[in-house]
Design a protein around this ligand. Structure first.
Ligand SMILES: [Ca+2]
Ligand SMILES: [Ca+2]
Ligand SMILES: [Ca+2]
Length: 227
């Protein structure tokens, strides 16, 4: 059980936190030596089958295009796929984007993607990853997902491009708000952070009465202690 003095430490950690340092997705972008046409193909590629090249980057949100062949989609903050080759219509590649989603308020959120070609979103609420969005033939797909407590939840997003245009967008809405890109906190989007593996169980944090900002402070403080 954390003693009351810990509150002081947590608040101090929040004050010293640089929000931009860890507020991002980790994105691995892998090009295949052969055609990939399904999420199963993408999974196999990301697991190591037929890798032609790859690049890993930290990105603030998933609003990605191939600038050489794309329609922007629902959001226009477009970033380039990290492993894309300038001047070339890139084909047959997949990305995995990971991070920890900060849910400030318990409740039902609506998640969505706008992609060309396919994607899948999974979230771990503590009992293993659950599929939230799974490509079903529609490039724009939404689905509701309920969090019983506020907290920090591992997120796993897989996307693939077979041919033609390439676009990946990942967003959510809550409480009647408009969709905002995950990670785009400047525009009201949910925060996505890295390195939250040492975060205590959300229920214990809620018990302490800490909000989302306090939770990030706990995560950073714990990681520093481990490091
Ligand atoms: Ca876009
Ligand atoms: Ca393409
Ligand atoms: Ca395509």
């Amino acid at each position: 059980m954390i003693k009351p003095i810990t509150f002081v430490i947590v608040i101090a950690a929040v004050v010293g936190l640089s929000p931009s340092a860890k507020a991002e997705f980790l994105v691995r972008d892998v090009k295949s030596t052969g055609a990939i046409t399904s999420l199963a193909d993408a999974d196999a590629l990301l697991a190591g089958a037929g890798i032609a090249s790859e690049t890993t980057a930290y990105l603030p949100f998933i609003d990605l295009i191939d600038p050489d062949f794309a329609v922007s989609g629902s959001f226009t903050n477009d970033l380039s796929f990290p492993n894309g080759i300038p001047g070339q219509n890139d084909e047959n590649f997949a990305i995995r984007a990971t991070g920890f989603l900060v849910i400030p308020t318990a409740g039902t959120y609506t998640f969505g993607f706008d992609v060309d070609d396919q994607a899948r979103l999974r979230i771990d609420t503590g009992n293993g990853f659950q599929t939230v969005l799974d490509y079903n033939g529609n490039s724009f797909l939404t689905n509701e997902f309920t969090f019983l407590t506020a907290g920090v939840y591992a997120l796993d997003f897989v996307y693939l491009e077979n041919g033609g245009e390439a676009r990946a967008e990942l967003f959510a809405a809550f409480g009647g708000s408009d969709f905002q890109l995950l990670g785009d906190t400047a525009n009201g989007g949910l925060a996505v952070i890295q390195g939250a593996a040492a975060v205590p169980e959300p229920s214990s944090v809620i018990m302490l009465g800490l909000g989302a900002v306090g939770l990030i402070g706990v995560a950073v403080r714990r990681r520093r202690r481990i490091a």
